[in-house]
Structures are given as structure tokens and as C-alpha cells.
Design a protein around this ligand. Structure first.
Ligand SMILES: Cc1ncc(C[n+]2csc(CCOP(=O)(O)OP(=O)(O)O)c2C)c(N)n1
Length: 546
């Protein structure tokens, strides 16, 4: 029996095991939305297309699967652009489906036409303009394969409306064979041997773990390597969750806004093992000072990342799971405790410098309390700003896939829709959002989606009535000449929540923090907890070393 192109897309999604898609309808995707009615796939009607991509991203990151989102042509498609770029920078597997005007009208600037494949080409792993419905099964199969394999990333399928109406015989391929796309999974055994030897001989090794550890499901192996060779582990922002914060070898986040112990250990290390991290500028700080005494090992599935920002002594291209498994078969045991002991002392020192004392309701204090009350597998999602860095540094994160943030693009407004995606995928788990008053106002319209889907998300707003991160930068780099960072006209967030039928609490005193969080986390309802924090609080240190 023949089916339409639109039906073929939906059937192909079913073949891929997709249970949920996030989207927003429009004229060019009418056939697609019509076909959805006959499918068991759940569609979540999000309130803006950018947020559909972020929700798909939250879904993907918290499940390890591929997230799917749909938008119409023109403005629907362009609204998706920031979400796609956000996913690309953080290597998140997404398949985005956009409607397109009819093939005979493409290039004629007709109503709601935009060249979305051209626009997204620089920040999509791959994209397709479907010209013939017969190609749909093969394209969808390839799109999922490309999104999820090698270094994951977003793939876009642009579907003209006439193609979605063509009739085809549906035959779903079982395999993909793409010339020119063959990710290398097995790291070269001689390089792995070289790495193991360098590790055995090193006196001060450090691991810097990135998001690649999480996407290759290599966290347990990372713990084994750290334990067998007594290596302290620092993570990038994207790597948070790849190594349990409570592990004695964990030394926290590295980089410009990183922890004292982490940055110090990297500065003093003689062997730095970069695992699944792209060594972006925020992680390294100034390159001429970064790990200047160390032999550098870089393990990554994407050969283009190795040596891109910093020259590497032992490059290993491959899947982290494979490479770490093979490394564990070598003799890497280091009995020496002296280095790990020094690093642990730095960690204690860092703990002592906490801004926790006194009556001030600091962000750090709030996050300490949250850490002590939340479930250990609670999925924490952040927006972008000071609150994101505080969350990265002070929240206790134990498991991979439980800290979701926009690390590469730094997209304000990512948080709420990503939290919705994570909660839809994990209804049995706690999901919380840490956001700022600026970021929250970029996407708070998604409170409606929360109500519509009847899901419970703990929304913690650090309200400093300003764009705190930019204010802090202006304090440091513009001699305190503040320009356009103080927010006037902020709503009362508790009343705003109430307008959506969501409960809210406002907290302005340190004594009330614990009670509010205990109450907020005591059931699975959505709650907005707004903390009125001092607008002068900074994400110090910008970079601290001894
Ligand atoms: C879409 C977008 N616009 C602008 C920025 C630049 N920016 C980075 S952090 C920040 C301030 C964030 O303010 P808020 O969400 O209130 O968090 P806070 O820093 O106060 O914790 C801004 C404007 C950005 N990252 N993303």
C-alpha cells in the first residue's frame, strides 16, 4: 500500500523507536501534523520553535537517545536556528524536521519561504532538502545515524509540502552505508600503549573530562582509570556528571570560572589527559599558561578537535569507551599517593574559602542546601549566566546526564525548555531548573507547556534584578561602568507563576532557604522558588591559581 511522504516521515520515526517529538505547526507542515494524528508518537506542543529544539536537546541528553523536533517553513524554521546551533556546539544528537514551500516555488521568495538548509549548514552536522518522497526512508535512516554516531550533533530534514503529499511504497532500510562518513571507534593500539606508558611514569597526572565521556557512556571506566592510577579528575562545564562529585578524586570544574584545586592541579601537572573535551577558551584560559609543564594526551572521536586549540603530544582518535577499556588492560597502576594527597589538600583549602558564612543569602549557600535536599539522580538544568557557573561549581552532581547546560553557545533561555524535555523523558525523576531573572524571561512562556503536560519541575530563580554575568564583566573590564545590565520592569515571578496556575515562593532571608527548598522538593508538583539575591555577588574567582 502506498503512503504519503508525510506518513513516511512519521512511519520512519516509528521505525527509529521515537516516542516523543517537540514542535509547533504551520501551513507547510499540515500533512505532517495530519499524519501524526494516526501515530502513537506523542507530540508536545511547545510555545516557540527555538524551545522545541532545546526540549529535544534536554530529552536527548537525559536519555542518551536522539531528540526530535518539528517546525513549519519560514519563521518556524528560522526560530529553530539558535536551538540547532546550541545543540551543535554541545554535540547533542537531534533530528530537526522543517516544512518547506512547494519545490516549484523554491527560490521565488514566496510566503514563508526561507533557505533553511543554507542557513543551518555551518552549524548542522548534516542537512537534507528532500526533493523526492521516495528518498524519505533512506534520508531519515541516515539522519538518525549521522546525528547519533561519531561526534553527535543536529541533523536537519527540510520537507517541501508537495513532497510530503507524494505517494510512495514505504520500505525502511536496515543499514546505512555512507561513503566519506566512517567514524573511527578503535583508537590506535600503539598510541594507547604510549599513553599507558606515559601514565605509568608520570608523577602528577590529571584527567580533564568533557561531554564526550558522557556521550560515549564511559563514566564508569573513567572512575576505574582514576582509581587504578590514583589520578585526580577535573571536568569541563559539559563534562559535569561524567565523574561523581562525591568521589575523593574529584576536583571540580576547570577553567576561567573553575575551581582553585582543578586549575592548580592542571598548572602543576606533568601529564594532562583530555578526555572527550574540545578545550574551548573558557576551559583553558590563556593558552600559553595552560598545562605548560605537562605532556598532553587528547582522546576524542572527532579528529578535527585534536590539536585544534593546543598542540598535543599523544593524540588518540577513537571512542572513549573503547580507548579507556584498552587502557585499563595495560599496566597503569601508580602506587604513589603523594600527588593525590596534595591535590586533595587544595580541595580542602578551596572548601574553606567558601562564601558561606554570615547572614548573607549567597547563591553558594542556596546551592549547598539544594544539593543536600535533592535526589542524587535529580536532573539539574541551568540557564546561562552567573547562576550557571555557581550551579556548575557548587551543585553536587553524581551521575552522567544529570547536569544539562548550554556550554558551547551559552544560550540564555535554554533552561526551561530543556528541563521540560528532560522531565518528559524522565517522569519518575526529579528535574530542576537553576535560572536567572534575565534568562528566565527569555523563555518563561514555556510555563504553559508545563501546565499543558502536567509535569513537575522545580524552578529556582536567582533574582539579582540584573544581567549578573555581564555586570560582573563590566565591573572587571570596564572599570565598573555599567551599561544596560540592570533590569527594570521585572515581573513578580511568584505572581507570574500564579498566572499559569503554578505555585511560587519568594525567599529573601537565609533562614528561610532550607524550609522553602524542603517544601518545594517534597512532592512532584511544579514550583517556582524565587531567591532575591544581592546584585553584587560575583562568580569569583575568574581564575585562581597558586
Ligand atoms: C541569548 C543570549 N543573549 C545574551 C547573552 C549574553 N549574556 C550572557 S550571561 C548574561 C546575563 C544573564 O543574566 P541572568 O539570566 O539574569 O543570570 P545571572 O548572570 O544574573 O545569574 C547575558 C546577557 C547570552 N549568553 N545569550
Amino acid at each position: 500500500m502506498k503512503i504519503s511522504g508525510a506518513q513516511a516521515i512519521i512511519k520512519a520515526l516509528e521505525e527509529e523507536g521515537i516516542k516523543v517529538v517537540f514542535g509547533y505547526p504551520g501551513g507547510a507542515v499540515l500533512p505532517l501534523y495530519d499524519s501524526l494524528l494516526d501515530s502513537k508518537i506523542k507530540h508536545v506542543l511547545i510555545r516557540q520553535e527555538q524551545n522545541a529544539v532545546h526540549s529535544a536537546s534536554g530529552y536527548a541528553r537525559s536519555t542518551g537517545g536522539v531528540g526530535v523536533c518539528i517546525a513549519t517553513s519560514g519563521p518556524g524554521a528560522t526560530n529553530m536556528i539558535t536551538g540547532i546551533a546550541t545543540a551543535y556546539m554541545d554535540s547533542i544528537p537531534i533530528v530537526a524536521i522543517t516544512g518547506q514551500v512547494s519545490t516549484d516555488l523554491i527560490g521565488k521568495d514566496v510566503f514563508q519561504e526561507v533557505d533553511i538548509t543554507g542557513a543551518t549548514a555551518p552549524f548542522c552536522k548534516h542537512n537534507y532538502l528532500v526533493k523526492n518522497a521516495q528518498d524519505i526512508p533512506g534520508i531519515v535512516k541516515e539522519a538518525f545515524y549521522i546525528a547519533a554516531t561519531g561526534r553527535p550533533g543536529p541533523v536537519l530534514i527540510d520537507l517541501p509540502i508537495d513532497v510530503s503529499k507524494q505517494l510512495i511504497e514505504f520500505d525502511y532500510p536496515d543499514q546505512v552505508d555512507l561513503r566519506g562518513y566512517k567514524p573511527t571507534y578503535k583508537g590506535h593500539h600503539l598510541q594507547i600503549k604510549k599513553f599507558a606508558k606515559a601514565l605509568k611514569q608520570s608523577k602528577r597526572p590529571v584527567i580533564c573530562a568533557g561531554g564526550g565521556v558522557i556521550s560515549s557512556d564511559a563514566s564508569e571506566l573513567l572512575v576505574k582509570i582514576s582509581e587504578s592510577a590514583n589520578i585526580p579528575v577535573t571536568t569541563t562545564l559539559m563534562g559535569i556528571g561524567s565523574f561523581p562529585d562525591s568521589h575523593p578524586n574529584a576536583i571540580g570544574m576547570v577553567g576561567q570560572h573553575g575551581n582553585f584545586a582543578a586549575n592548580n592541579a592542571i598548572s602543576k601537572s606533568d601529564l594532562l589527559i583530555v578526555a572527550g573535551a574540545r578545550l574551548g577558551d573558557r576551559a583553558t584560559g590563556s593558552l600559553d599558561k595552560f598545562a605548560k609543564n605537562a605532556t598532553l594526551v587528547h582522546i576524542d572521536i572527532d579528529p578535527a578537535e585534536i590539536g585544534k586549540n593546543i598542540s598535543i603530544d599523544i593524540p588518540i582518535v577513537g571512542d572513549l569507551r573503547y580507548v579507556l577499556e584498552q587502557t585499563l588492560k595495560q599496566d597503569i597502576a601508580r602506587q604513589d599517593d603523594y600527588w593525590i594527597d596534595i591535590v586533595r589538600e587544595w580541595k580542602v583549602k578551596q572548601g574553606e574559602s567558601k562564601l558561606n558564612s554570615g547572614d548573607n543569602m549567597t547563591a553558594e549557600y542556596i546551592l549547598d542546601v539544594v544539593s543536600s535536599i535533592k535526589d542524587s539522580d535529580c536532573i539539574a538544568v541551568t540557564d546561562v549566566g552567573q547562576h550557571q557557573i555557581w550551579a556548575g561549581r557548587y551543585l553536587n552532581i553524581e551521575k552522567p546526564g544529570t547536569f544539562l547546560t548550554s556550554g558551547g553557545l551559552g544560550t540564555m533561555g535554554y533552561g526551561l525548555p530543556a528541563a521540560i524535555g528532560a522531565k518528559i523523558a524522565n517522569r519518575d525523576k526529579q528535574v530542576m531548573l537553576i535560572t536567572g531573572d534575565g534568562s528566565f524571561q527569555m523563555t518563561f512562556n514555556e510555563l504553559a507547556t508545563i501546565v499543558q503536560e502536567d509535569i513537575g519541575i522545580k524552578i529556582i530563580i536567582f533574582n539579582n534584578n540584573c544581567l549578573g554575568m555581564v555586570r560582573e564583566l563590566q565591573q572587571h573590564y570596564c572599570n565598573g561602568r555599567y551599561s544596560q545590565v540592570f533590569m527594570r520592569g521585572n515581573p513578580d515571578f511568584v505572581s507570574l507563576a500564579k498566572a499559569y496556575g503554578i505555585e511560587g515562593i519568594k525567599v529573601d532571608k537565609k533562614q528561610d532557604v532550607e524550609g522553602a527548598i524542603k517544601y518545594g522538593f517534597s512532592n512532584d508538583n511544579t514550583i517556582v522558588i524565587e531567591f532575591l539575591i544581592d546584585d553584587k555577588q560575583n562568580v569569583l574567582p575568574v581564575r585562581e591559581e597558586v
